[in-house]
Structure formats: C-alpha cells, structure tokens
Design a protein around this ligand. Structure first.
Ligand code: MN
Length: 246
C-alpha cells in the first residue's frame, strides 16, 4: 500500500513494473542514487502520479560521483522529495567519509533554504554523525530515517529532534529492529522495502510487500491489522501535509 523507500528504477523490469506498482500501492517513493539518474527516472515515471521520484546521491557512491555534487544542489528546488542521501560509516567507505559528510551537509543546507523538503536518509554505522548534521542544518523539512540501525538511545534522540522512520520487513526481522520500532511513536512510521536489494525468502521484495511489517506493528501497538493500515495512511497524509484521499 505504501512503500516510502525503494529503488524502483533498479528493478530488472522497472518500466513494466510501473503500472503494477501504481495500481497496487497508494503511494511509492522511488529514491535515486545520483542526480543524473533522477533526471532520467523522473522523466520516465512522470505519468504515474502516486509514484514520486526522490532526488538523491547515495553515500556509497558519493566519492565516485562527486562530480555531480553541483548538479545535485542545483536540482533541489525542482522536487519536494530528496533521497537517497546520508552517510555510510562502514569500513568500505571510510576513505570517503569527509566527502560524504560535506555532501550531506550541503544537501541539508540547501533543502533547509528552500523549506518543506522530505528527505529519505541512510545512516548505517553513522547514526550520530547523521543526527548531528540533521539537528544543526535542517529546521524546515522532515528527515525520514530509512532502515534505522542505530542504538535505542540514538533512536530516542532521533525522535526528539523530529525525525520520522521508514521501516521495512528486513528491519523488523531482527530483535534490534523490533526494539527500535518500540521506541518510535506510531505517528512517525511509514513502511518501506528498500527493494530490489532485499529479498523475501527466494524472491525480490516488491514495493507492495512493504505492508508485511503490519503484523509486527499490530503486535507492538496492540491494535488490529486494519488499524495499522489506517494509522499508516494517516501518517502519510500528515507527512505530505495534504489530503491523500487514500
Ligand atoms: Mn536504499
């Protein structure tokens, strides 16, 4: 029904998938990994009103695509949706940490200057750095922490500074992920898949599979599955600040 973070352009049969996703999901946020990819993808996806394409420069490719830094910043006024952006503090990307941080800070600053942006943020192994930068640089806009994997203390801090969270089936499969879900206020959660990089058994997770987190939420919130769906729809409407008519 809602997938607030997937890489729809990277599915093997993306273009054929579009009408199916548009029909099965009420809303899908297709994040991109570079501003050039955003330019192409937002053109190709433009017929589908309930699929929004977010402008991104993924931290894992920040170093390789740093030539697109200026393009990234210059395109920010053209869309409300920004992602995938953020910092990856894993060993493989240690060499590019400074570049990643500079890029992320510049993006946040520019988003803040324009206001009301919705940002889908990657923070693996860099939660505190990401939260520091969000807290300092984004007062007008919403940071949606994608697949949050920080500590419970960091989760509480993220909540306190106003972050939202997109939570997927892979995250709620782990005890740690479920513990984090307990920390997040129910009115700050949206479902995500992060597909096609996540599998469900042998199959690729599809954008409509995001709702499989409903069982976990129903258990944690002690409400029915229908009430979970209703809550998530309300959340989406509140975040987008509009009547979604879902
Ligand atoms: Mn992703």
């Amino acid at each position: 029904m809602i997938d607030f973070h997937c890489h729809l352009d990277l599915y093997p049969n993306a273009l054929e998938l579009l009408p199916v996703v548009a029909k099965r999901n009420k809303f899908t946020l297709a994040v991109t990994t570079s501003p050039r990819a955003w330019q192409i993808t937002s053109q190709k996806f433009r017929k589908f009103e309930n699929i929004k394409v977010a402008l991104g420069l993924h931290p894992e490719v920040a170093e390789r695509k740093i030539a697109e830094h200026g393009l990234m910043i210059s395109l920010i006024p053209e869309t409300r949706y920004i992602g995938e952006i953020g910092i990856d503090g894993s060993k493989e990307y240690a060499n590019s940490l400074d570049t990643q941080e500079r890029l992320f800070r510049d993006i946040l600053t520019e988003c803040n200057r324009h206001g009301r942006k919705i940002l889908s943020i990657h923070s693996r192994n860099a939660t505190s750095r990401v939260l520091d930068l969000v807290e300092r640089n984004l007062s007008d806009g919403v940071a949606v922490m994608h697949w949050f994997s920080g500590s419970l203390k960091e989760a509480r801090r993220a909540v306190a500074i106003g972050c939202w969270f997109s939570v997927g089936p892979a995250m709620v499969r782990s005890k740690k992920g479920r513990d984090i879900v307990h920390e997040i206020p129910p009115d700050r959660i949206l479902p995500e898949t992060d597909g096609p990089f996540v599998t469900l058994g042998e199959n690729l997770l599809m954008p409509w599979d995001a709702i499989s987190i409903a069982d976990t939420l129903s258990f944690v919130w002690k409400v029915t599955r229908n009430e979970v769906q209703e809550r998530l729809r309300l959340n989406l409407g509140n975040l987008l600040d509009e009547e979604t008519g879902l």
